[in-house]
Design a protein around this ligand. Structure first.
Ligand SMILES: Cc1cc2nc3c(=O)[nH]c(=O)nc-3n(C[C@H](O)[C@H](O)[C@H](O)COP(=O)(O)OP(=O)(O)OC[C@H]3O[C@@H](n4cnc5c(N)ncnc54)[C@H](O)[C@@H]3O)c2cc1C
Length: 469
């Protein structure tokens, strides 16, 4: 039997398990905590619970499991796949009050935090020790550590540090039946069979609720140089990437965006155009980590880019405020597209070696499916990750737009499959990408994922309908 919404008397019983202020049925809480950033689903939870401790999470889950009540775990609700959406009377379990951070272990370079800690607060907490948790992206001021772990978040530093899963040493997880698992503690090495911690990372709240984590930390780099270039088309971006891989620095970010993205950011925020000449079409942002003694080498490298026409224009930050302004052009894109129109978003990835051929064929899909439409392309191209955003034409109804984009998604995902890519690089599957999962995962993989779900959550109470039906 499928997990269901609680009855009013069951809600009273859940409330009685918690401190007096920990359950809300206030309509504004239901609207706020029943949705994520996707904003395409109508939030309709029955209630929101705000536990403060792992023990309280365990009590709620044990009760809901016993009564087959559906639960949606909610983090900072910045997710872009509908994973935290509660649209069918579920109980939302919000980690918003579980924000405690323990002191940083400077020798071990770790910190233990509750899952509701905001990503940026963790950065600030560690900064005074010259350390950081290198999970970094535009929504870090709202996203939570638990949400980052549940989505195995990527971001702008993946090329340097890898995904979130590489920066989680230990996890505390509450299973659907309320049992608490402590996985791996603060151990760097622990070769005692399958690593259960990794099962929960990226599982989008469908296998357990992350309540605490021991995070691995990295040293804050001594010096970061940010450079912005105008290049000739997507091939120009890829040519510059090949050069950056060989540059006299450690590559800490390689991002790109098009003129259409830049125009939307300029419409939404007061930012200056990066170059006097305004007819460039493609831009690449490079962040380079150096030691402070290699200016001459960096200048030689830059000079050779211009001499060989690898770049059309370029500028390097002279101070941290200029570096921030350059980053703002890239990091303001997601927000600006949503603020100035209705984007249909896709977040795909390809093997780096297949990017060039894929993009050429993708142009063909755009030309045939969306003649004259505005396509905003940007992303973490150094990781093979493209964010493909199709903007709704002003004259078209929302319903027509959604029908046409859904149709074109199939054509794009066929190309993704052909080039052995992924239909979701970093945003996850949630509700939005569920029907496309089979383009990237084989039937045998899907069967294994289903077997895992039934083993860990046999009554299907955790985030029902997300990732898999
Ligand atoms: C402007 C903007 C830029 C972004 N840029 C990036 C980017 O560069 N890279 C990237 O990867 N993502 C990006 N995102 C997406 C989003 O910020 C990440 O997916 C983030 O990790 C989600 O964290 P959250 O706390 O908001 O999770 P939520 O949206 O609240 O939840 C996401 C999923 O995790 C589950 N979940 C949440 N907390 C827990 C928990 N404690 N235990 C178990 N399950 C849980 C939810 O049920 C849901 O399925 C961006 C979003 C925005 C709005």
């Amino acid at each position: 039997m499928a997990a269901k919404a609680p009855s009013p008397s069951q809600l009273d019983e859940i409330a009685a398990l918690l401190p007096h202020d920990a359950l809300s049925t206030d309509p504004s809480d239901l609207a706020t905590y029943g949705r994520d950033w996707t904003k395409v689903f109508e939030p309709k939870p029955s209630a929101v619970v705000f536990p403060r401790t792992t023990e309280e999470v365990s009590r709620v889950l044990a009760y809901c499991n016993g009564h087959e009540i559906a639960v949606v775990t909610s983090g900072g609700r910045t997710g872009l796949a509908g994973g935290a959406v509660a649209a069918a009377g579920e109980v939302v379990l919000s980690l918003a009050r579980m924000t405690r951070m323990h002191p940083v272990d400077v020798l071990g370079q770790t910190v233990r935090v509750q899952a509701g800690a905001i990503t940026e607060s963790v950065h600030q907490h560690c900064a005074e020790h010259g350390l950081t948790w290198p999970v970094d992206f535009a929504s870090k001021g709202s996203s939570q550590v638990g949400g980052n772990i549940a989505t195995n978040a990527g971001g702008v530093k993946v090329i340097r540090y890898g995904l979130t899963r590489q920066w989680v040493l230990g996890l505390q997880v509450v299973l659907a039946n309320g049992e608490v698992l402590e996985l791996n503690g603060a151990l760097e090495k622990n070769n005692t069979g399958a690593d259960l911690r990794q099962l929960f990372i990226g599982s989008e709240g469908t296998l357990g609720v992350v309540t605490e984590a021991t995070l691995k930390l990295a040293r804050v780099p001594q010096r970061l140089d940010v450079m912005l270039f105008a290049v000739d088309g997507l091939q120009g971006v890829l040519d510059l990437f090949a050069e950056a891989r060989k540059g006299p620095f450690v590559l800490s970010a390689f991002e790109f965006f098009t003129d259409k993205c830049l125009a939307r950011v300029q419409r939404h925020r007061t930012v200056r155009a990066p170059f006097d000449q305004e007819n460039y079409t493609h831009y690449a942002l490079i962040e380079a980590e150096g030691q402070g003694a290699d200016d001459a080498e960096l200048e030689t490298w830059l000079g050779s880019l211009f001499e060989r026409n690898v770049v059309l224009d370029g500028v390097m930050s002279q101070n941290s405020s200029q570096a921030r302004s350059m980053w703002e052009l890239r990091e303001g894109i997601s927000e600006s597209l949503s603020a100035t129109g209705l984007p249909h978003k896709n977040d795909i990835s390809l093997p780096i070696a297949a990017l060039s051929a894929f993009c050429e064929e993708l142009d063909g899909v755009f030309a045939s499916r969306y003649p004259g439409w505005e396509i905003c392309l940007f992303g973490h191209i150094g990781d093979g990750n493209l964010h493909v955003n199709v903007m709704k034409p002003d004259a078209m109804s929302k319903a027509d737009f959604l029908a046409q984009t859904s149709d074109a998604d199939h054509a794009m995902f066929e190309l993704v499959r052909k080039h052995a890519g992924s239909v979701s690089a970093e945003h996850g599957i949630g509700l939005l990408k569920k029907k496309y999962l089979g383009y990237t995962r084989s039937p045998a993989e899907l069967a294994t994922l289903r077997a895992l779900k039934s083993a860990l959550d046999p009554r299907g109470i955790l985030n029902p309908g997300k990732i898999l039906d």
